[in-house]
Design a protein around this ligand. Structure first.
Ligand code: ZN
Length: 409
C-alpha cells in the first residue's frame, strides 16, 4: 500500500481526509478513501473514467481531466510545483555539487512566477521506493549502511539529511506527476536523479525519482481504471539517463528517450529505447534539429499506443557555460527546447511532470535563470491546458471524442 503504512492508517482513525493527507504526506489509498469518501482528485478521476470508458489507451481521459475541472469550476488557479530544498546536505568544502541553486530557484519562482504554487514535497515511503529499487538498497540508504565505495559512487557522504533529501526529491516528482495527471503540467524544482539504478546510486543520484513515480502512477492508474498507463521519459539532461534506461530496459510500457553528450558521464552508457548522442560543442541549430527528429521518432515508434503521461528532465547542463556539459547551447535555445517539448506533449494531450535535473553553470545564477525559464515555459503550457478554447486542434478533437463518449447510453 504505497504512501501510508497500515499501523499509521489505523492510528489516524476518523480524522478528515485533509488532516489525514497532512499526516501521511500523500493521497490516501483506495481502501481509506472508500471509508471516508473520495477526495477531490478521486472524484475527478472517477468522473473522467466514466467519461472516457471504452476509449482505449487514452490521452483523451487526461484531456477530459482538464475539461472536467473546467466544467466543474474545480481547476486550480495556480500551477503546482514541489521543492525539497530545506534539506541541505552537509558537503565538504569545495564540493562541486551546487546545493544553493535549489533554494535560489524557489526564491526566483516566488519573485517572478507567482502563478506557481510551491509546496514542500512529502517524503517517498519505503513501499513507493520499492517500486523501482531493491529492498537492500533502500535499507542501506535509510540506515546509513552504505559502504565507502557506494558513497564515492554517489558522490555524497551519507548523513541522515542525505537520506531524507533523497526521499523528498522522489516525493516531489510523485506529487508533480499526480498534479500533472489532474491539471496537465506540474513541476519538481529539483529531481531528475537519473543515474540511480535499482540497487545502487551514482553521479549525485541516490534514488531514481522518475522511475519510482512512473511505476507508482502506473499502479494508481491501474487500480482506478483497470487500464495500462503508458509513460514516456524525455531526458534532455546533458548526461545520459543510464539508471532510468537500465530500470526500464525490459519494460515496454515505459519509453525512455535520452538526448545527451556522447562524451559526458557516464562513461559506460546503457541502452535507452532511443538514445541520441551529440558531439562535443554541439550548438543551437544542430541540437534543436536532433530534438525534433528524436521526438518524431518517439511518436512514430508508439504508433496508436501513445503514452498518457510524460516525465521531462529539463537539465540546464547543455548550456554553453556549464562546467560539466560539453555542448554549446544558448539560454534562448534551451528555452526553445522546452517550448518544443511542452508544445509536442500538449498537442498530443499528454500531461507532463517536469523536473529540473542537472545544471552546473560557472555562475549559479546562470543555471537558476535557465531553470526559471523552463518553469515559465511549463506555466505557459499549463495555462493552455486550463483553457480548452485555446487548445490545439488535436486536443480539441480528443476532447470532442471524450464528450461524445460521455453521452448517456
Ligand atoms: Zn546532467
Amino acid at each position: 500500500m504505497p504512501g501510508v503504512d497500515m499501523a499509521q492508517s489505523r492510528r489516524i482513525g476518523r480524522r478528515p481526509w485533509r488532516r489525514r493527507q497532512a499526516i501521511t504526506g500523500c493521497c490516501p489509498p483506495l481502501a481509506l478513501s472508500r471509508r471516508i469518501g473520495p477526495p477531490p482528485w478521486r472524484l475527478r478521476h472517477a468522473w473522467v473514467e466514466a467519461r472516457c470508458r471504452g476509449i482505449g489507451g487514452c490521452p483523451q481521459g487526461l484531456v477530459a481531466t482538464a475539461s472536467a475541472s473546467l466544467s466543474h469550476g474545480r481547476q486550480s488557479a495556480l500551477m503546482q510545483a514541489f521543492h525539497s530544498d530545506h534539506f541541505v546536505l552537509p558537503l565538504p568544502a569545495g564540493h562541486r555539487f551546487p546545493m544553493p541553486k535549489y533554494r535560489l530557484l524557489r526564491e526566483a519562482v516566488a519573485r517572478d512566477l507567482p502563478q506557481l504554487r510551491v509546496h514542500e514535497a512529502p517524503p517517498a515511503s519505503d513501499g513507493e521506493l520499492a517500486l523501482a529499487h531493491t529492498p537492500a538498497w533502500i535499507q542501506a540508504v535509510a540506515e546509513g549502511l552504505l559502504t565507502p565505495a557506494q558513497q564515492r559512487e554517489i558522490g555524497f557522504p551519507w548523513s541522515p539529511r542525505m537520506a531524507e533529501r533523497a526521499r523528498r526529491s522522489v516525493g516531489a516528482t510523485i506529487a508533480a506527476a499526480r498534479a500533472a495527471l489532474a491539471e496537465g503540467v506540474a513541476a519538481n524544482l529539483a529531481g531528475g536523479t537519473h543515474h540511480a539504478y535499482a540497487d545502487r546510486g551514482g553521479g549525485w543520484c541516490v534514488f531514481n525519482d522518475t522511475a519510482v513515480a512512473a511505476r507508482l502512477m502506473q499502479a494508481e492508474w491501474h487500480r482506478a481504471r483497470r487500464a495500462l498507463l503508458r509513460v514516456i521519459v524525455i531526458d534532455l539532461d546533458v548526461h545520459q539517463g543510464n539508471g532510468t534506461a537500465a530500470i526500464f530496459a525490459d519494460d515496454p510500457t515505459v519509453f525512455t528517450l535520452s538526448l545527451h553528450g556522447a562524451h559526458n558521464y557516464p562513461a559506460r552508457k546503457e541502452a535507452s529505447d532511443l538514445d541520441i548522442a551529440l558531439p562535443d560543442g554541439c550548438g543551437d541549430a544542430d541540437y534543436l534539429a536532433a530534438l525534433d527528429a528524436a521526438l518524431g521518432q518517439a511518436w512514430a515508434r508508439h504508433g496508436q499506443a501513445m503514452p498518457a503521461l510524460a516525465f521531462y528532465l529539463a537539465g540546464a547542463d547543455p548550456h554553453e557555460d556549464d562546467r560539466l556539459g560539453r555542448l554549446r547551447l544558448s539560454a534562448d535555445a534551451l528555452a526553445e527546447r522546452d517550448r518544443r517539448v511542452f508544445d509536442a506533449l500538449h498537442e498530443r494531450g499528454i500531461p507532463v511532470a517536469v523536473s529540473m535535473a542537472g545544471g552546473y553553470g560557472r555562475e549559479v545564477a546562470t543555471t537558476v535563470a535557465i531553470h526559471a525559464r523552463t518553469l515559465a515555459q511549463a506555466l505557459a503550457s499549463w495555462r493552455r491546458w486550463q483553457h480548452p478554447s485555446r487548445a490545439s486542434p488535436a486536443v480539441g478533437a480528443l476532447r470532442g471524442a471524450a464528450a461524445v463518449e460521455q453521452s448517456p447510453r
